[in-house]
Design a protein around this ligand. Sequence first.
Ligand SMILES: Nc1nc2c(ncn2[C@@H]2O[C@H](COP(=O)(O)OP(=O)(O)OP(=O)(O)O)[C@@H](O)[C@H]2O)c(=O)[nH]1
Ligand SMILES: [Mg+2]
Length: 452
Amino acid sequence: MHNININDTISAISTPIGTGAISIVRLSGKDAVAIANKLFSKDILKFKSHTIHYGKILDKNKNIIDSVMLSIMKGPNSYTGEDIIEINCHGGLEITKNVFEETLKNGARAAEPGEFTLRAFLNNKLDLAQAEAVQELISANSNAAIKFAKNNLEGLLSKEIKYFQKELSEVAAILEAWVDFPEEDLEFDSFENIQKKLSIIIEQMKKLSHTYYDGKVIFEGKSICIVGTPNVGKSSLMNSLLKKDRSIVTNIKGTTRDILEDNIKIKNLNYRLIDTAGIRNTSEIIEKEGIKRSKKAIEDSDIVILVLDSTKNLSKDDFELIDLLDPKKTIVTFNKIDLKKSDYKLSFPHIIEISAKENINIDELKDKIEFLSLNDINAFNEEIIITNKRHKSSLDNSINYLIKVLNNLLTNSAEFVTLDMRDALKELSSIIGTDVTEDILSSIFNNFCIGK
Ligand SMILES: Nc1nc2c(ncn2[C@@H]2O[C@H](COP(=O)(O)OP(=O)(O)OP(=O)(O)O)[C@@H](O)[C@H]2O)c(=O)[nH]1
Ligand SMILES: [Mg+2]
């Protein structure tokens, strides 16, 4: 970021690198139109803004590189706020590269990751929270994630932050007057009102901050590990849930030696599904290490599926494993129900009989997983959630400053209140980007894809 010259005209392949029907090479900057004009078979200078045209991309010897559709969006009414040219070329890897390189040969510079969106931010087309939502929307992998990323992109989070800023600025103004003119004693009534108002805002901010935990689940999903003693059918269940042969299944105890992972979507959420090594007392070194990892997976996972073999009596190993589990986050499955009906009594709240091999009750198991994971997500009914660690920590910092202000007001120590108040406001500003350093901008936009 430090070395980026934002006066350059930039170019990037904005579609994924690979073979497809169409690829888009995008230019943005003051020379975008002039550069494209050198490559295109028609006179772009005559084109109206926001129009699209068929023509050829030519090299300097007038050889045809590709037949394309070219669109022109003049600033400031464009994504970046600058002149933008988009060239829709044929989606072959080489063709796209040739068109892109031709733009470089004619004076464009290859864009850095996220540089188009950075420019949109610098040209006030988006605030920082909205710019970050662009990347969230691109990487959203469930409809719930899309909803919240879209709301943030439309500025709902920014609006909420601005509301906090406005309310707090009013309080800050009164406090500054109070500190500057102490002789004009603040009336007790307004003093009490300030405290009340501050407490209400702090509560609202805390509520918003708390949505982060749900946001994390909605964007990143939950982890589920499948555990059990050897040969109970853990890997078979993994495959049945995934509807593919992911894990090796055999009738030999100790088949799975290490952790195996895959992703699965159930209704509106994504999960990381983890198959583990069967847990038993063993002296075998590799198996022991696998078991150690299984135990760690139990601790780290949001949900645990315990698999028991309903054709057998529960063993000492089963009971030792059961002792490790937290009933609230565990679903007990009695497997191999195609062979025998289970008649065990276990005092776990979530129990289901299944057959991993014959796919019996697997959809019902998915319902249980959904129930267990949605149980503690409150955010689905919200419109705005915090989805981003940076926003969460700025919001929390701001809250902490405000709590200090409140405490100092209660003990009537006025010295620090105005400073803390200013810091609280500064933290809020950093969320929407009115008060951020270049380093923060770099770290945000470096995580973007090239061409966005
Ligand atoms: N009849 C029947 N057999 C099953 C069922 N589920 C698994 N099996 C069989 O049980 C044996 C062990 O299955 P796996 O899925 O490998 O068991 P595991 O728990 O992963 O075993 P380890 O990796 O060794 O700990 C295989 O022969 C499976 O075909 C089921 O629902 N019904
Ligand atoms: Mg296995």
